[in-house]
Design a protein around this ligand. Structure first.
Ligand SMILES: *Cc1c(COP(=O)(O)O)cnc(C)c1O
Length: 389
C-alpha cells in the first residue's frame, strides 16, 4: 500500500491522528489477506449491495453518437443508488473488526452519508454524519433518509457550509474520539492510508468490468470513462486496467465554463488539502478556491493523489465538461435508454459520446454510471425551466 503516488499523497495531519492512521493501515493490511474478511465483504456486497452490477449496451445512445459502441457499468443499480456503497461497506466491516463502537462520516450531496447510514444500521454501529448547513438545505431528502436510517446528522455552520467544511468537522470529531470511533472517509482523498483503502474497496468496479468485458467480447474495451470528484469511482474503475492497453479518460466538472468550476486536475496546481499533497484549486496565496458545479458530488477543490500522479504520467487523460453539456447528456440517456443518470456521471457520458463519435463503429467505450439521478430531479427541472424561460 503506497504512502505516496510519485510526489503526491502523504499524511499531513496533526500528531493526534498519526496513531489512528497507523492502526487503520495495519488493520487493513491483515484484513485484506484474511479469507474470512474477504468472504464476508463479498457476501454483503452480493446480498445487501446487489453485486455484481451489469455491463449494459446503450444501443440507442450508440446510434445517436454515430461511432463506437457505448456501454455502461451500472453502479447506479447498487443499493443506495451509487458506488458509495462499496466503500462504506468495506470501511464499516473494517471498523467492526477493529472493535470501533461508532462510525462518523462527512457528506456533501448526502450520497456518502446515506451509504454510511445504511451500513451503520446493517452492522449495528451508531452513526453520525457531518453535513454543511447549506448542503442540508439543498439536499433535504437525503437528510431525511439518513435520519430514518437512525443516523444523527450534524449541521456544519463554519466556512462556506459545504463539503470542505464537513470534512474539517469530521476530522475534528475523529481527533477527539479516535479510540472509539472510525471515520468513514467518502472518497479516495485525505491522508494515507485513505486513498489506497478507498481505491481497494472501489476496485471491485474495474475488476468486474475486466472480467465481464472478456467474457462478453473476449477482450477489453478500447476506452474507459469515469467522472472525477474526489476520484473514487474513477480510481476504482481505472486501477485494475492501468497495466492493460485500455485508454482511460477522467472527466471533471467545468461548472458554467467561466471560472475554474471544480476541475482540480485540469485547472489546479499542487498543494495540500485535507492531509494530502495533490492538485487543488487555490489562489496565488494558496487560499483554497470556491468551486462551482451543477452536481454537488463533483463540487470539491481537491482530488485523490493517485489521480495527480496519473495526470502527470499521462496514463490517464483528464478533461472538463460544463454544466450545460452534462444536462444535455442527462436528457439523451433518459430519452434513449430509459435511465435517469446522476448528474455526476452525466459529465462522463458527455465526454464518452464526444470520444465515441471520433472512433470507428467496431470500437467499444465503457462509461461508469456511478449513480442514479433521482436525487437530481429538482436541479434538472429547475435548469430546464430557466433555459426555457
Ligand atoms: C459522490 C459521487 C461522485 C463523486 O465522487 P468520486 O469519489 O469522485 O467517485 C460521483 N458520482 C456519484 C453518483 C456520486 O454520488
Amino acid at each position: 500500500m503506497p504512502k505516496r503516488f510519485g510526489e503526491y499523497g502523504g499524511a499531513y495531519v496533526p500528531e493526534t491522528l498519526v496513531p489512528a492512521l497507523r492502526e487503520l493501515e495495519c488493520a487493513w493490511r491483515t484484513a485484506r489477506r484474511d479469507p474470512s474478511f474477504r468472504a464476508e465483504l463479498s457476501r454483503w456486497s452480493r446480498t445487501l449491495g446487489g453485486r455484481p452490477t451489469p455491463l449494459y449496451f446503450a444501443e440507442n445512445l450508440t446510434r445517436r453518437g454515430g461511432g463506437a459502441e457505448i456501454w455502461f457499468k451500472r453502479e447506479d443499480l447498487l443499493h443506495g443508488g451509487a458506488h458509495k456503497f462499496n466503500n462504506a461497506l468495506g470501511q464499516g466491516l473494517l471498523a467492526r473488526r477493529m472493535k470501533k463502537a461508532r462510525l462518523i462520516a462527512e457528506t456533501g450531496a448526502g450520497q456518502h452519508g446515506v451509504a454510511t447510514a445504511m451500513i451503520g444500521a446493517a452492522l449495528g454501529l451508531p452513526t453520525e454524519v457531518y453535513m454543511g448547513a447549506r448542503d442540508m438545505e439543498r439536499q433535504a431528502p437525503n437528510v431525511q433518509r439518513m435520519r430514518l436510517l437512525g443516523t444523527k446528522v450534524h449541521p456544519v455552520t463554519s466556512g462556506g457550509q459545504t463539503l470542505k467544511d464537513a470534512i474539517n468537522a469530521a476530522l475534528r470529531d475523529w481527533i477527539t474520539n479516535v479510540r472509539t470511533t472510525h471515520y468513514v472517509l467518502g472518497s479516495a482523498v485525505g491522508p494515507h492510508p485513505f486513498p489506497s483503502l478507498v481505491c481497494d474497496f472501489q476496485s471491485v468496479i474495474g475488476r468486474e468490468l475486466r472480467s465481464q468485458s472478456r467474457a462478453r467480447w473476449g477482450q477489453l474495451p478500447d476506452l474507459v470513462v469515469a467522472c472525477v470528484g474526489g476520484g473514487s469511482n474513477a480510481i476504482g474503475t481505472f486501477h485494475p486496467l492501468l497495466h492493460t492497453s485500455a485508454q482511460l479518460l477522467g472527466v471533471e466538472a467545468g461548472g458554467r465554463g467561466r471560472g475554474v468550476g471544480a476541475s482540480s486536475l485540469v485547472k489546479g496546481t499542487p498543494g495540500i488539502l485535507h492531509g494530502a499533497y495533490t492538485y487543488i484549486l487555490q489562489d496565488a496565496e494558496g487560499e483554497v478556491s470556491e468551486t462551482e458545479s451543477i452536481s454537488a458530488g463533483l463540487d470539491y477543490a481537491g482530488v485523490g493523489p493517485e489521480h495527480a500522479m496519473l495526470r502527470d504520467s499521462g496514463r490517464v487523460r483528464y478533461v472538463s465538461v460544463r454544466d450545460d453539456q452534462a444536462l444535455a447528456a442527462f436528457h439523451w440517456v433518459a430519452q434513449d435508454e430509459g435511465i435517469l443518470p446522476a448528474l455526476e456521471p452525466a459529465h462522463a457520458i458527455y465526454a464518452a459520446m464526444r470520444a465515441a463519435a471520433r472512433l470507428p463503429h467496431r470500437r467499444r467505450v465503457v462509461v461508469t454510471l456511478s449513480g442514479r439521478g433521482d436525487k437530481d430531479l429538482e436541479v434538472v427541472l429547475r435548469s430546464d425551466a430557466q433555459r426555457a424561460g
